[in-house]
Design a protein around this ligand. Structure first.
Ligand SMILES: Cc1ncc(C[n+]2csc(CCOP(=O)(O)OP(=O)(O)O)c2C)c(N)n1
Ligand SMILES: CC(=O)[C@@H](O)[C@H](O)COP(=O)(O)O
Ligand SMILES: [Mg+2]
Length: 623
């Protein structure tokens, strides 16, 4: 087959290709994505679903003058390939390689840095407003999925865009899937639009109408198109997007390049805010992904023929332990309920949902609502575990403060993917939660060192009558003998070993590395105490101040930014008590942490064994 892919190095190269060639190109892009991701892993199914849409957009628009804004950005692999990054694709999500998401520093064709969902319409509207202020004429397009459309933020933007009536295009990529099946009234509504026979009839009638209209001048065309579209929806009342002030076009086949091209051109002509509803298949063109789009949403390296992951080892993850422990507790406690915001499998709550369907809520991509829903449940006497990734909990800061903490409600925040998450990079590292939770009055914040402690903390949280948060990392638990912990007490730390030269206060994932470091340093004559701090708030003040009296050096270690984190909490305590102990805080610097494997990133930022050892030795040798 003609190797089109090597001839396409920028969107301009698409302009002269025939429709047949564009379809061939689509096939070659799919193969390229599948072959590469079978080695690197990444977001496969979403990217396969928008190959034709990406080609259609780049063949009609003039990027980067015209601007395409990808929501979440996990589906932008075809866009990356078409915008000159094919050669770099092998380095996808690797340390120093290209990002899995659009990044402005990577390409002039990446208009916005993304990773969190439902921001595209707001960004596009802002860019459109700026265009009008400057007197430019670029076409601005937001591409948003049906999952991303479940978030309040997307509706806030639709509301405003409909009001402002700026020229902009929203492409709704409807594949009936979020990561798992899409949920909620919006999803049901899209289902109705997809299947409404009246719309399909009206579209046909409109086709005849358009053809019957004689040729008219350009200045009249916009108005005529608007009138025609309004006419169409007189036949089908109550199209939500029309009520919001958008012209609604669709639903159309999102794998038909010609139809897509025509609709994009139509939307440009119509003017004002236009929403094109495209129907696509998540995982399109790769049977295993089409059959199991949730499994192929995000994958590690896999065997292309079978679709099986290459790493078949069953892992005991923090997520699995959390999920099983919550199920075990819920069997004996009918007041326990669980909430996820569109991440049932990522948080392990899919298993809870199977056991207790009536005590489980998937709210869609709606973290803010998830938290306040939890507050409502707590107000009426049940025990909600609001289970979110650390990075997505950031969305709900005010809800934690206003709806949970001020009212001192027993909402339990189960914070998964806390710390470095690895390949998703800057937007997804969960390294800010201690800082934005520990300053909230009434809040308790804890982090387990291993699976035994995780279980004990879940039990503690279930029975605690005030706001409480526990954060645990992505990935495998530390292999330990399984024992029941019965001495877990709010605000009490655990001394793991005692030395004479100083003390390390470690928290969560950094406790075992601290122990390993101390064992190594003992061989070099440095003898340190190790404390498993367990709580960031409240701190074990008595213990810490006692250590500060006893030693002249204290170290804190955390998988979190130093600014406002655990070490900062210890520093405040020492300062407030006029301590003269020398405190060294070890953690992540004041920067957004890039993508790479977790091990590589921990090493890069001095949080691996060697890095921690080096830092401690430097300080100890300073005398
Ligand atoms: C605020 C936020 N919450 C959760 C996620 C995790 N997440 C990434 S993609 C996705 C599903 C998006 O579904 P959709 O927009 O329909 O895109 P599709 O993958 O179906 O193409 C979710 C929940 C996120 N990126 N941002
Ligand atoms: C794009 C996105 O936000 C999710 O797909 C995320 O990448 C999932 O992360 P995990 O792989 O840690 O579940
Ligand atoms: Mg979707």
């Amino acid at each position: 087959m003609d190797d089109l892919l090597s001839k396409v190095n920028s969107p301009q190269d698409l302009k002269n290709l025939s429709i047949e060639s564009l379809y061939k190109l689509a096939q070659q892009i799919r193969d390229e994505i599948i072959i590469n991701l079978s080695q690197t892993g990444g977001h496969l199914a979403s990217s396969l679903g928008v190959v034709e849409l990406t080609i259609a957009l780049h063949s009609i628009l003039d990027s980067p003058k015209d601007k395409i804004i990808w929501d979440v950005g996990h589906q932008a692999y075809a866009h990356k390939i078409l915008t000159g990054r094919r050669a770099d694709f092998k380095s996808l999500r690797k340390l120093n390689g290209i990002s899995g998401f659009p990044k402005r520093i990577e390409s002039v064709h990446d208009q916005v840095d993304v990773g969190h969902s439902s921001t595209s319409i707001s960004s596009a509207l802002g860019i459109a407003c700026a265009r009008d202020i400057k007197g430019d004429d670029d076409t601005i397009v937001a591409v948003i999925g049906d999952g991303a459309l479940t978030a309040g933020m997307a509706f806030e933007a639709l509301n405003h865009a409909g009001h402002l009536q700026k020229d902009m295009i929203v492409i709704l990529n409807d594949n009936e899937m979020s990561i798992s099946e899409n949920v909620g009234a919006v999803s049901n509504y899209l289902d109705k639009l997809r299947t409404n026979p009246k719309i399909h009839r009206a579209k046909k009638d409109l086709g005849h109408l358009i053809n019957a209209i004689p040729a008219i001048g350009d200045h009249l065309l916009k108005t005529a198109n608007r009138v025609k579209n309004s006419l169409k929806y007189l036949l089908v009342s109550g199209i939500l997007f029309e009520e919001f002030g958008f012209t609604y076009l669709g639903p159309i086949d999102g794998h038909n390049i010609k139809v897509l091209q025509e609709h994009i051109k139509d939307a440009q002509k119509i003017g004002g805010p236009v929403l094109i509803h495209t129907i696509t298949t998540k995982g399109k063109g790769y049977t295993p992904a089409e059959e199991e789009p949730a499994k192929f949403h995000g994958v590690g390296p896999f065997n292309i023929r079978t679709g099986e992951g290459k790493n078949k080892k069953q892992r005991r993850t923090y997520t699995n332990i959390f999920s099983q422990t919550l199920i075990d507790l819920a069997k004996d406690d009918s007041e326990i309920v669980a909430i996820t915001a569109a991440m049932p499998s990522g948080t392990g709550l899919n298993k809870f949902a199977q056991e207790f369907p009536k005590r489980f809520y998937d709210v869609g991509i709606a973290e803010q609502h998830a938290i306040t829903l939890g507050a409502g449940l707590a107000l009426n006497g049940v025990k909600p575990f609001v289970t979110l990734y650390s990075t997505f909990l950031q969305r709900g800061y005010d809800q934690v403060m206003h709806d949970v903490c001020i009212q001192n409600l027993p909402v339990k925040l189960a914070i998964d993917r806390a710390g470095i998450v690895g390949r998703d990079g800057e937007t997804h590292q969960g390294v800010f939660d201690y800082a934005f939770l520990r300053h909230l009055p009434n809040m308790t914040v804890m982090a387990p060192k291993d699976e035994n402690e995780l279980k004990a903390m879940i039990k503690l949280a279930a029975n605690y009558n005030r706001p409480i948060a526990l954060r645990y990392p992505r990935g495998e638990v530390v292999g330990v003998e399984r024992v029941e912990i019965d001495d877990l007490e709010i605000g009490k730390a655990e001394v793991l070993c005692e030395g004479k030269d100083g003390a390390i206060l470690a928290i969560g994932s950094m406790v075992y590395p601290a122990l390993e470091v101390v064992n190594d340093l003992a061989k070099e004559g440095i003898d340190l105490t190790v404390v498993n701090s367990r709580f960031v708030k409240p701190l074990d003040q008595e213990l810490i101040l006692g250590l500060a009296d006893k030693y002249n050096r204290i170290f804190t270690i955390e998988e979190h930014v130093l600014q406002g984190g655990f070490g900062s909490a210890v520093a405040e305590l020492l300062l407030d008590n006029d301590s003269s102990v020398r405190l060294t805080r070890i953690g992540l610097p004041d920067k957004f942490i890039e993508h790479g494997s977790s091990e590589e990133l921990l090493a890069r930022y001095g949080l691996d064994i060697e890095g921690i050892k080096k830092r401690i030795k430097e300080v100890m040798q300073e005398g």
